[in-house]
Design a protein. Structure first.
Length: 166
């Protein structure tokens, strides 16, 4: 529904959602590191490890297309569908008494990691939609092909929304 990258999804906070302007501010991503002492990991305000302890996930305050130098990210429009998804998600968090800054979090309010996201994505596409294994990139391609192009957006505008160079 938004075309954001898989690493950007876990990094979205409720404070990034602006219902007044009907936008989501995409300005960060979750990255993976192999060394807990790596400089980017040590300087990150949020670091988690996988259940096995083999993978380190850290918050990177830039998006992939910014290449390590923040340009304040990009804004994604809140469609009616996205607003409904976010409202339902917030209500679910309230119902479960989950207090979290993260839009997508686990039951204890910690941000999800990209491995959890892919696992959930696979379960939904396989069990609920009856599709085979897919990935977030396939959804980004579909979003461009079936939403942005038919909307008549120029290639420069589509690239901006998706966080690409032209």
């Amino acid at each position: 529904e938004t075309g954001v990258r898989e690493g950007e999804i876990p990094a979205i906070k409720w404070s990034d959602v602006n219902y007044g302007n009907e936008t989501i501010h995409i300005h960060a991503q979750q990255n993976v590191a192999t060394d807990i002492n790596a400089e980017e990991v040590k300087s990150s305000p949020y670091v988690t490890t996988s259940k096995s302890g083999n993978t380190i996930f850290y918050y990177n305050p830039t998006t992939k297309n910014e290449k390590g130098e923040s340009k304040d990210g990009r804004l994604i429009s809140l469609t009616d569908n996205v607003k409904d998804i976010l409202r339902n998600l917030k209500e679910k968090q309230r119902t479960l008494n989950i207090q979290s800054d993260w839009v997508f979090c686990d039951k204890d309010g910690e941000w999800i990691n990209t491995k959890s996201y892919y696992s959930a994505l696979y379960r939904v596409t396989k069990d609920k939609l009856g599709c085979g294994r897919t990935n977030n990139h396939a959804f980004r391609i579909a979003y461009n092909s079936y939403v942005l192009i038919p909307a008549g957006l120029e290639v420069t505008e589509r690239a901006k929304i998706l966080g690409h160079s032209v």
